[in-house]
Design a protein around this ligand. Structure first.
Ligand code: FES
Length: 160
């Protein structure tokens, strides 16, 4: 039996995807749509590497079935900015050199973006709360926090 394609709106473009409704969004993004910004980390919704923004809210694409994404706006790292025209959050991470291996950065950046969409100037405690479940195995947390604070309008030189 053939199944009806599932319609997903990703980065402002409508896609028709031939996949089972229970397929995790992450697999469709990476394998069907070649959007490799979201990373596979734990696959259990615990590390944040796969984070995307759905209807303005940070979401873990490894545990969200595509059936739950129909008629919703999905934003991935690729939709945030480009090399030539980076998002301010991306620029803040570059300016603070906030990475070691970089595997967690998709989640850090997308979670930060979602935070700034609902709160343009969060305090440090609000930043820490928003990012508390995004894991970085390299231990680059200090640099990442500085980048997020810079993106939130609190550059390091103003805080030191
Ligand atoms: Fe989705 Fe870890 S890969 S939360």
């Amino acid at each position: 039996m053939t199944q009806t394609p599932i319609r997903l709106t990703v980065n402002g473009r409508l896609h028709k995807v031939d996949a089972a409704p229970e397929t995790a969004l992450l697999y469709v993004l990476r394998n069907d749509l070649a959007l490799n910004g979201p990373k596979f980390g734990c696959g259990l919704g615990e590390c944040g590497a796969c984070t995307v923004i759905i209807d303005g809210v940070a979401a873990r694409s490894c545990v969200i079935p595509i059936s739950g994404c129909v008629e919703r706006e999905i934003l991935t790292l690729e939709g945030l900015g480009s090399r030539e025209n980076a998002d301010p959050v991306q620029n803040a991470f570059i300016e603070e050199q906030a990475a070691q291996c970089g595997y967690c950065l998709n989640g850090m950046i997308m979670t930060t973006k979602a935070l700034l969409m609902r709160n343009a100037r969060p305090s440090e405690s609000e930043v820490l709360e928003a990012l508390r479940y995004n894991l970085c195995r390299c231990g680059a947390h200090i640099e990442i926090l500085r980048a997020v604070m810079r993106a939130a309008g609190h550059p390091a030189e103003a805080r030191d």
